[in-house]
Ligand binder design. Structure first.
Ligand code: ADQ
Length: 531
């Protein structure tokens, strides 16, 4: 299958490509960049989930999630606020300390009653928006009973942000910008503007795909509201040019001649006045150097060896070969498609039976959503079928670890594998693919990457598969595994060089540079208050 044409990080304005943003390689560069633009002005971040898990008193731990940890580290150093829905116990405010001489930040936690939270999270966010934007039409739930909860939680988050800005006990803060994340919070910007008052630039990042407007069919009734909500931000970031362009298509299909786009700025005449915003393309990434180091570190390699031995995949033994997959148990990650691919692989080449297993590291996710519970059961049934059919003695073709593993253990597991299978049917980016490539660092294990991921659309020279066609994908995997070692190493080296250039710190800078450079950020309202 041919790789897509070179679209590596396309869509980023020329000015930005040649700016110091392109030089950013690590956390120190990012902090320096932030201070150059914002001085000592703080940053305010808004997410659905908290960056820390409270464990009592002043004690909390950091969950594994890479992106939230990168933002957390920046906030620790530059100072600011983080507003999120509460995930664990403890007080409404947590002071998160910075390192030596760093200001740290304050986490403002919003408590939402369970019934409302259920409508917002399981109902609209993951029962309607997620399947809609992952083109899983059959799984889209009824929006009418849960849209109200979504609106209400977004309104409460907006209120919490404004309270945080005005909080008399701290004298209020004047952040240089507010950065809101993901589909659960699309309406927060609009709600803040409705509540009135001076606001700094509002940026938003949409982490998941944006689907093409359904040709001919009427759009769902809630889409206009979500899109209009996004228009309230000054910048809306997407992972790829394709998603950004589809967003523009959707805006044009909904707003017709009231919308115009000059290649940088989208202008739309809405019921709330004229909106002018920048829909940007900012492909998210990882910290490749961190993964490289972890992959080699004995502190992770030793437990990785013993975990593999416990799973019957002892490294260096004839039955120890495995392909790895690491995903939340989400239908969009293509678990069933991956099992079909493995089945086709064994059918085509029976000599792989007993020599090459699938190690799937798959923590359960969103179990409050019925579709997820049913999907997990189906995956388990299919895995058992495969295990019944292809087991040889103690050896199993499918080994499942239904839990989260620390990245320090994950990266040696990536490194020790024979290859990685990413079979997402749709994926905004897919960071697992990038973590795997970074962990190779000199290794030759190939990545087999679904062409429906943002990673496939924004990186060159990778082996692309199509999860919808397991037979073809199995042939691509077999060919990739048989390819000359030097070719595989060279491909991985090239991918690593790309990731070092397009790393997560640079992604953050790309998101921040526009709003931080804005001349309109001295506390004046960017849009008139609606009449
Ligand atoms: P996700 O759908 O969660 O993210 P992905 O980009 O692959 O998908 O990120 C998952 C992260 O969780 C990775 O850092 C991975 O290592 C970690 N993870 C997954 N399973 C794990 C396990 N068992 N143990 C430990 N860690 C595990 C959403 C969008 C993506 C987009 C990201 C970032 O759906 O398309 O790439 O946000 O924008």
């Amino acid at each position: 299958m041919a790789a897509p044409p070179s679209v590596v990080h396309a869509g980023i304005p020329e000015t930005l490509r040649s700016s110091p943003v392109a030089e950013i390689r690590g956390p120190g560069d990012l902090v320096h960049f932030y201070r150059e633009l914002a001085g000592s002005a703080p940053l305010l971040v808004v997410t659905n989930r908290e960056p820390v898990v409270w464990k009592g008193e002043e004690h909390f731990v950091l969950p594994p999630g890479g992106v939230s940890q990168t933002i957390h580290r920046l906030l620790c150093q530059v100072g600011g606020r983080w507003v999120a829905l509460r995930d664990s116990g403890g007080p409404d405010l947590l002071r998160i300390p910075g390192g030596a001489g760093d200001p740290g930040y304050r986490l403002d936690r919003l408590e939402v009653p369970p019934a409302l939270l259920d409508g917002h999270y399981a109902g609209f966010s993951n029962g309607v928006l997620w399947p809609f934007f992952h083109d899983e039409t059959d799984r889209i739930g009824d929006a009418s009973n849960v849209l109200g909860a979504y609106r209400e939680v977004n309104r409460r988050v907006a209120g919490k942000v404004l309270d945080s800005l005005r909080d008399a006990s701290s004298g209020g803060i004047r952040p240089r910008m507010i950065w809101v994340h993901d589909y659960q919070l699309a309406l927060v910007g609009q709600e803040m503007r409705r509540m009135g008052g001076a606001l700094p630039p509002l940026a938003f990042f949409w982490h998941i795909p944006w689907s093409a407007p359904a040709g001919g069919a009427p759009p769902p009734h809630w889409l206009f509201e979500v899109v209009t909500g996004l228009l309230a931000y000054d910048q809306v970031g997407f992972q790829t040019e394709l998603y950004r362009d589809r967003f523009l298509d959707t805006v044009f299909s909904l707003y017709g001649s009231r919308a115009s786009w000059d290649g940088e700025t989208l202008s739309v005449s809405t019921a709330f006045g004229l909106r002018r915003l920048h829909p940007g393309v900012f492909p998210i990434s990882v910290d490749p150097d961190h993964f490289r180091m972890m992959a080699r570190d004995p502190a992770g390699r030793i437990p990785a060896f013993s975990l593999l031995s416990d799973c019957g995949l002892a490294p260096g033994t004839p039955s120890g070969g495995y392909l790895i997959s690491v995903d939340r148990m989400d239908y969009s990650k293509g678990f069933l498609e991956r099992l079909s691919l493995m089945e086709a692989l064994y059918e085509n080449d029976p000599s792989l039976v007993g020599r090459l297993a699938l190690l799937q590291i798959a923590p359960p996710t969103r179990l409050s959503v019925e579709a997820y519970r049913r999907y997990a059961e189906e995956v388990e049934r299919r895995s058992e079928d495969l295990n019944r059919r292809f087991s040889r003695g103690e050896w199993r073709p499918v080994v499942t670890l239904a839990r989260s593993l620390d990245p320090s253990l994950l990266s040696p597991l990536y490194r020790l594998s024979r290859g990685c299978l990413v079979t997402a049917t749709r994926d905004g980016m897919n960071l697992v693919a990038k973590e795997f490539l970074a962990s190779q660092d000199g290794g030759s294990a190939p990545l087999f990457l679904s062409r429906h991921t943002g990673t496939a659309m924004t990186m060159e020279g990778l082996s692309l598969i199509d999860p919808a066609d397991p037979a073809l994908s199995a042939r691509i995997v077999a060919q990739g595994l048989a390819m000359d070692r030097r070719i595989r190493e060279s491909r991985n080296r090239q991918a690593l060089a790309d990731l070092r250039e397009h790393n997560v710190y640079r992604w953050m800078a790309e998101n921040l540079v526009g709003p931080l450079s804005s001349t309109r950020n001295e506390g004046t309202a960017l849009f008139a208050r609606p009449a």
